[in-house]
Design a protein around this ligand. Structure first.
Ligand SMILES: *Cc1c(COP(=O)(O)O)cnc(C)c1O
Length: 425
C-alpha cells in the first residue's frame, strides 16, 4: 500500500472522512487522496515521493507558488518576534492601509482568519446597517460554510451533491433567497417581490466554486442598480478573485463599486488570514465604533499578517498578472486543442487568470449547466493527468489555479498530461 493510503486509513480512524475539509477526500474523482509532504513553487511532493505540477495551489491561496522565499522569510521573522498578542500591531495597520490602497471600494477593513468569517461578518453588518434580514445569494456560489450562506452552495457542497445541509435551521435558511447566477430576470423579480426585506445581495463576481463561470455582460451592473434602487447593500465576495484577477480584484477589472468586499486566500500568502471591508459609514457600525459585534482571538495574527504583507509586496514589485494570464491562456488553449483533436465535447471557461474545464456540449453559465457537465469524465481526466504528474483540483466544481511559479515548462507538462489522458478516449 502507498504511504498516502496508509495515512488515509490512519486519518479515517480519527478524523471524519480522513480530511479536514471535504473536497480533499477525492470523493467526486474516486481513489485515495495524496498526502502532501512538501511544496516548492509550482510543484507538490507527496508522501510517496512523487512530484506533481500543482494546479490547486491551496485552492487559489498561493499566487506565488509554494514556499516562496520572501513570504516564508517574513513569516519566520514575525514568528520569532512572537506568534500572537491579542493586542494591535503596526503591521496590521500597514496591511489595512495596503488593502485600502489596492482595492478601489474599500475605505475601512477588518482582518479575520477565514473567508467564512469574512462573509458571515459582512452579512451581519449588512443586516445591522439596513435593519433587514433577507440575503440574496446565487446558486452555485460558495461563500464559506456559515448557516445563512450554505443554501445551494458551490465548492464541496456541490462536489458531494449535498442537498441543503442538516444542522442549518429553517430560520437561518428562510432569509436566504437563492437566485440563478447570470439570470438578470430572476434577480429583478426577487427584488421586485421582496426588495424591502433584502439587506444585501452577495455574489462571486466571477463564480469560481461551481467551476469557473464568468459573469454575463450587464449581470453585475444590474445587480448594483437593483441594490441601489431597493436600499440593499452589494457584498462582493472576492475571496478568490481578490488579488488574483489583478491588484484590485474583480471590482477593478469590471469597474464595479460594491458596498462591502470580502477578501481571503491570496491576501494571507498561504496563512489563515481574510478580511472584509468597504464603505466607511457601513464599516464604522462595527464594535467598538458601533453596535454590530465581531471579534477574533487570532484576528490580525502577526505571522499571517507578515506573510500577507510579503505577498502584497511581491504583487507590487513583480506585477505577476500579465505572465499569469499568458499561462492561463496557454493552458486553456492547449487543453482545449487536445480535446478538440479527439472530438471530446468540452467548454473551457476563462476570465483573466481564472479558468476551469467542463465536459459539456453547451455553454456553462450557471449552476444547472455546471452540474449537467460530465463529471465522471472529469474524474477520468483527473486520474489520467495525475498519472502523468499533474494534480488538478479533485472536483469538476473547482477552478484550476496557476501561480507565478508556473512557467512555460509547467504549462507544457499540463498540456502534455492532458494529451496523455485524452489519448484513451
Ligand atoms: C474559499 C472561499 C470562501 C471561504 O473561505 P474559507 O477561508 O475557506 O473559509 C468564501 N468565498 C469564496 C468565494 C471562496 O472561494
Amino acid at each position: 500500500m502507498s504511504r498516502s493510503g496508509e495515512l488515509f486509513d490512519r486519518a479515517r480512524r480519527v478524523v471524519p472522512g480522513g480530511v479536514n475539509s471535504p473536497v480533499r477526500a477525492f470523493r467526486s474523482v474516486g481513489g485515495t487522496p495524496r498526502f502532501v509532504a512538501e511544496g516548492r513553487g509550482a510543484y507538490l511532493v507527496d508522501a510517496d515521493g512523487t512530484r506533481v505540477v500543482d494546479l490547486v495551489q491551496s485552492w487559489g491561496a498561493l499566487l506565488f507558488g509554494h514556499a516562496r522565499e520572501e513570504i516564508v522569510a517574513a513569516a519566520v521573522a514575525a514568528a520569532r518576534r512572537g506568534t500572537s498578542f491579542g493586542a494591535p500591531t503596526e503591521a496590521e495597520v500597514e496591511l489595512a492601509e495596503r488593502v485600502v490602497e489596492m482595492v478601489p471600494s474599500v475605505e475601512r477593513v477588518r482582518l479575520v482568519s477565514s473567508g467564512t468569517e469574512a462573509t458571515m461578518s459582512a452579512i451581519r453588518l449588512a443586516r445591522g446597517f439596513t435593519g433587514r434580514s433577507g440575503v440574496v445569494k446565487f446558486a452555485g456560489c460558495y461563500h464559506g460554510h456559515s448557516d445563512a450562506l450554505l443554501a445551494t452552495a458551490g465548492s464541496g457542497v456541490a462536489t458531494l451533491g449535498l442537498p441543503d445541509s442538516p444542522g442549518v435551521t429553517e430560520g437561518a435558511a428562510r432569509d436566504t433567497f437563492v437566485v440563478r447566477y447570470n439570470d438578470r430576470e430572476a434577480v429583478r423579480s426577487v427584488f421586485e417581490a421582496r426588495g424591502e426585506l433584502i439587506a444585501c445581495a452577495i455574489v462571486e463576481p466571477v463564480a469560481a466554486n461551481m467551476g469557473v463561470v464568468p459573469p454575463a455582460p450587464g449581470f453585475l451592473e444590474e445587480l448594483r442598480e437593483l441594490c441601489d434602487r431597493h436600499g440593499s447593500l452589494l457584498v462582493l465576495d472576492e475571496v478568490v478573485t481578490g488579488f488574483r484577477l489583478g491588484p484590485g480584484g474583480a471590482q477593478e477589472r469590471f469597474g464595479l463599486r460594491p458596498d462591502l468586499t470580502c477578501l481571503g486566500k491570496v491576501l494571507g500568502g498561504g496563512f489563515p488570514l481574510a478580511a472584509f471591508g468597504g464603505r466607511a459609514d457601513v464599516m464604522d457600525l462595527l464594535a467598538p465604533e458601533g453596535p454590530v459585534y465581531q471579534a477574533g482571538t487570532l484576528s490580525g495574527n502577526p505571522v499571517a499578517v507578515a506573510a500577507g504583507l510579503a505577498a502584497l509586496d511581491l504583487i507590487g514589485r513583480e506585477d505577476p498578472y500579465p505572465a499569469l494570464e499568458r499561462a492561463a491562456v496557454s493552458v486553456a488553449d492547449g487543453v482545449a486543442d487536445v480535446l478538440e483533436a479527439r472530438g471530446v465535447p468540452h467548454v473551457m471557461n476563462r476570465e483573466g487568470t481564472l479558468l476551469s474545464l467542463f465536459f459539456s456540449e453547451g455553454p456553462v453559465t450557471d449552476y444547472a449547466s455546471a452540474r449537467a457537465a460530465d463529471h465522471a469524465r472529469y474524474a477520468e481526466l483527473f486520474h489520467g493527468m495525475l498519472a502523468s504528474g499533474v494534480y488538478l483540483p479533485p472536483s469538476g466544481y473547482e477552478g484550476w489555479f496557476l501561480s507565478a511559479a508556473h512557467g512555460d515548462a509547467e504549462v507544457d507538462l499540463v498540456v502534455g498530461a492532458a494529451a496523455a489522458a485524452a489519448s484513451r478516449w
